[in-house]
Design a protein around this ligand. Sequence first.
Ligand SMILES: [Zn+2]
Length: 104
Amino acid sequence: MTGKAKPKKHTAKELAAKLDAATTNRGGGKAGLSDRSGHDKGGHAKLECPLCKVTAPDIKSMQIHHDARHPKIPFDESKLNNLHASTVADTSKPKPGIRGSLKK
Ligand SMILES: [Zn+2]
């Protein structure tokens, strides 16, 4: 009666991992990567079309929009308005009066 023990195929942990993989949008591909390496992902509009101010959550959506709306203009990622970036730049501005202005 030994050596017949079957390993359990589906442990609770495995099932949880599978469920997680199936239900969590990890945003694969290049678009997802830039999204993840960016700032906190809240699913908010991140990029703004500089031509018509339409917003898109990621570069892929924006490219689709661009191809559809502005087919005659070459798609240029660097020309897009990154709404998240401008927010961050605003919060990280240098503090005024840091050079000992309190000393007199
Ligand atoms: Zn546009």
